[in-house]
Design a protein around this ligand. Sequence first.
Ligand code: UDP
Length: 342
Amino acid sequence: MKSLVTGGAGFIGSHLVEYLLAHGDSVIVLDDLSTGSIANLGAVRDHPRFRLVVGTILDPAVVLDCVSQCDRVFHLAAAVGVKLIVEEPLTSLRANIHGTENVLMVCSETGATLLLASTSEIYGKNESDSLSEESDRILGSPLKSRWGYAAAKGIDEAFAHAYWTQFRLPVSIVRLFNTIGPRQKGRYGMVVPNLVGQALRGEPLTVFGTGRQTRCFSSVVDIVPAIVQIAESTRAYGKAYNLGGADEISILDLAELIIRETGSTSEITLVPYANAYGDGYEDMRRRVPDNALARELVGFIPRTRIDAMVRSVAQSLTTTVDRDDWIMTQAHPAPVASVAVS
Ligand code: UDP
């Protein structure tokens, strides 16, 4: 197989590229290196079946050139991370809407199959016990960047489904819930690398809001094989599949776990959302995936425990490459209260 991975120099993309090469694919990566980095591809850059194209999904000619050389496309290129989306809403909307339509259009011209990476953000503020693929979306105003992003990713899915319905484009969708692991960067807002970096540096861990909000973190090591299996299932065409972690944890408990796992002497600091992301920012109190569809289709079971995930992130952050990234991570927002850590 010849695979194209858009966004292949990013966190999840680079793990996917390694997996595809290890399973015999030839792989082209199309990445504009805006949030991804060549360093993420360090393990594969000299591989004989690997090629990197530095370019943007916003350029249809570049997309056509790459897709026409491949049998299948994994479309992961997107603006990611709450921080980036809030700070650069226009860049994010353009990449996520126009870029994705370019990829869909070109795939339908060349006959390549397509896997679209979507996100649990599309469920918005739905705080159900578990979110199935049919769950309603509860979004705030599109004038708030976070909901504009959720709307854009929803449009991506609707575009993909429309290409399936009207042109029979073989496209399937995965909705990723808080995927974490080595090479993820804290500088775009993701909580685990951010807090692990703070713990390793002995700085206060910045927990936003009350810290009682919960997430279900999943390991990139569990997610990547499931993404490929879903892409290879003809039953998945025209459908979306949740891929998320098994265990719900509050951000405060996560911060305490990170301190324990890293042996840090850091304290925990509560930071109001307004200090972190500006006025009007909204967070969801909880987000819990129902993985039943992916379990039935490809036997997906998220096995990696959160403590092991935290240790692998900590190990990754102590490599030279990622240490450079911490240094560039901007200073944490002003605290209002400190919580003693037992
Ligand atoms: N968060 C935090 N401290 C940080 C970064 C994030 O407390 O330094 C919180 C954030 O407000 C959210 C949770 O951690 O409630 C997960 O944030 P992330 O951006 O990783 O993912 P998402 O909000 O998309 O679930």
